[in-house]
Each structure stands twice: as structure tokens, then as C-alpha cells.
Design a protein. Structure first.
Length: 263
């Protein structure tokens, strides 16, 4: 049996995925990254799953790339660490960004390097008060990866993105929230319950509309205002023909809870 590096815990319509190498602060090995991607693929294919929640086992969310992994650890001979990105991080970041259900990150402790950007690539990011974020790349002679160069300036603007990436200092969760890097900070003991409540709330909402909202916001960053308006009309047209719009309006009129099913 391969070591279970991702604990998979279904909780109703929410699939909880726990990074599970606590002895190494959930540092990311190729095996762990492969198991995480497989778990996300399975969640994407499972109609019963309507939201995913990602957290870390132990005291950290993730210390980023496992620097002891022979695939990346410098050993005197030239190492093509770009291959690690091409084989693991790019497919993972793309899988995350195109999940057919919303994905929540519950950052339970330090999130460094690719571990930080894995969390920031989720749709909603909650963090424990004791958690922190470190763009650790510069200190080891690298650039932010796992989507960091794209995400950081969009989340916090160029000035703060450069400060975080160039200095690589530890950013406390409260400061991350203040900057707009994450959605919410909660007391340590309440993190998982709060994140699970958010994930369950998302699971009860019209999944397809949520996913199209993520896509529309990302795409709008590349569009001018006129084009964004046209895109909204096209999406609204599609969603207006779908079940969940009928159901949402009917439930509102009938003063009852809606039962959404589109994915
Ligand atoms: C670790 C790690 C780690 C292995 C802690 N690896 N063992 C992509 C592709 C290719 C190449 C390279 O990079 C990338 C993307 C990236 O993610 S680059 C960024 C990689 N991450 C880092 O540089 C962060 C390194 N870690 C740290 O700075 C600290 O460990 C943090 C600030 C995360 C936590 O500090 P502490 O709470 O003081 O814990 P610690 O340093 O004592 O770590 C506990 C253990 O975990 C320790 O092992 P040991 O056997 O001594 O108990 C560390 O060696 C191990 N560990 N991070 N990335």
C-alpha cells in the first residue's frame, strides 16, 4: 500500500482533503502532489461532491516543495527543476483553478513557498490566527511558482506583491486578511469548523453558477469593460436556461429552501 499522503474524508457533500506529512510540515513531494491531483480529479468526477476543503495535518498547512526530494535537491550536478513544475505544479494549479465545484483552503499553520500559493489558488481562503504565509522562493534563488506570479499582484497589487516576494518575510494571517490576500481569519480552535461551515454553505448553492462566477472574474481581468459586459450576457443566457435558475427563483417565490443540482 502506498503511503496515504492525502487523507480523504467525505463529509456529506463536502470532500475534506488533508495534506498528510506532518513530520515534514506537509512539504510537497512528487508523491504527495500526485495524490492531491488524483483526489481532485476524483472529486471533479463525483457528482455527489459539491465543494472541496483542503487543510494540513499537524501544525503546518505546507512548507512548500520538499527541498530534500532527490528530484529537486541540489547535489552538485545540474538539476532541471522546471520539470517538477511541468509534471506536477502546473497540472495541479490548473486542476484547482478549473474545478467544477468551489474549493476552500483552511490554512491551519505556516504556508510557505508553493504551499502558500497552493492555498491562495483556492476560491476562498480561511486561516487560523496562528497561521502565516511566506513567499519563501527568493531566499533559495527562485521565483514564486504554483501560480504565485499571477495570483499575488492580482490579490494585493504590485507594490505589496513585490514586497512579499522579494523580502520573503513571514506574513501573519491577520495581516494577510488586511491586505486582501485571504478571505478571513478565525481563532485557531475554530478554523476547521468555520471552514467546513463555509464549504457546506457553498455546497448548498448553485454549483454551476459559482464556478462560472470564478471563471468570469478571472477572464474579466483580461477584458475591457465592454467585452466583460458581453461575457456576462452570454453567461447569464446559458445559466438562465439551466435548472438552478428556475429552481432558485421558484424557491424564492414559494418561500422554501432551494434544491440545486446543476454542476
Ligand atoms: C522541510 C521543509 C521543506 C523539506 C520544513 N522541505 N523539509 C518548486 C519546484 C522545485 C524546486 C523548489 O521549489 C519549488 C517551490 C517551493 O515551494 S520553494 C519553497 C520551499 N520551501 C521553503 O523554502 C520553506 C522551508 N521551510 C522553512 O522555512 C521553515 O521550515 C518554516 C518557516 C516553513 C517552518 O519553520 P519552523 O516552524 O521553525 O519548522 P522547522 O524549520 O524546524 O521545520 C520542521 C521540520 O520540517 C524540519 O525537519 P527536522 O527533521 O529538522 O524536524 C525541517 O527540515 C522540515 N521542513 N520545510 N520545504
Amino acid at each position: 500500500m502506498p503511503e496515504q499522503l492525502i487523507q480523504i474524508e467525505p463529509q456529506g457533500q463536502v470532500l475534506l482533503l488533508r495534506l498528510n506529512r506532518p513530520q515534514a510540515l506537509n512539504a510537497l513531494t512528487s508523491d504527495l502532489l500526485g495524490q492531491l491531483r488524483a483526489a481532485l480529479e476524483a472529486a471533479a468526477a463525483d457528482e455527489q461532491v459539491r465543494a472541496v476543503l483542503i487543510t494540513g495535518a499537524g501544525r503546518a498547512f505546507s512548507a512548500g516543495q520538499d527541498l530534500a526530494d532527490p528530484l529537486v535537491a541540489p547535489d552538485g550536478s545540474p538539476k532541471d527543476i522546471g520539470l517538477m513544475l511541468e509534471h506536477h505544479y502546473i497540472p495541479l494549479a490548473l486542476r484547482l483553478r478549473s474545478m467544477p465545484v468551489p474549493v476552500v483552503a483552511a490554512v491551519n499553520g505556516v504556508a510557505a513557498g508553493a504551499g502558500a500559493n497552493l492555498a491562495l489558488g483556492c476560491d476562498l481562503v480561511l486561516a487560523a490566527e496562528g497561521a502565516s504565509f511566506i513567499q519563501a522562493f527568493g531566499k533559495i534563488g527562485l521565483v514564486p511558482d504554483c501560480g504565485g506570479t499571477w495570483l499575488l499582484p492580482r490579490l494585493v497589487g504590485r507594490a505589496k506583491a513585490l514586497e512579499l516576494a522579494l523580502l520573503g518575510d513571514k506574513l501573519k494571517a491577520v495581516d494577510a486578511e488586511r491586505l486582501g490576500l485571504i478571505s478571513r481569519v478565525v481563532p485557531d480552535a475554530e478554523l476547521l469548523d468555520a471552514a467546513m461551515a463555509v464549504a457546506h454553505k457553498l455546497a448548498g448553492l448553485p454549483t454551476r453558477a459559482l464556478v462560472e462566477t470564478r471563471r468570469a472574474l478571472d477572464e474579466a481581468l483580461k477584458l475591457d469593460f465592454d467585452a466583460a459586459l458581453q461575457r456576462e450576457a452570454a453567461l447569464q443566457r446559458q445559466l438562465g436556461f439551466a435548472h438552478d435558475y428556475q429552481e432558485g427563483v421558484a424557491a424564492f417565490m414559494d418561500k422554501r429552501a432551494p434544491r440545486f443540482k446543476d454542476r
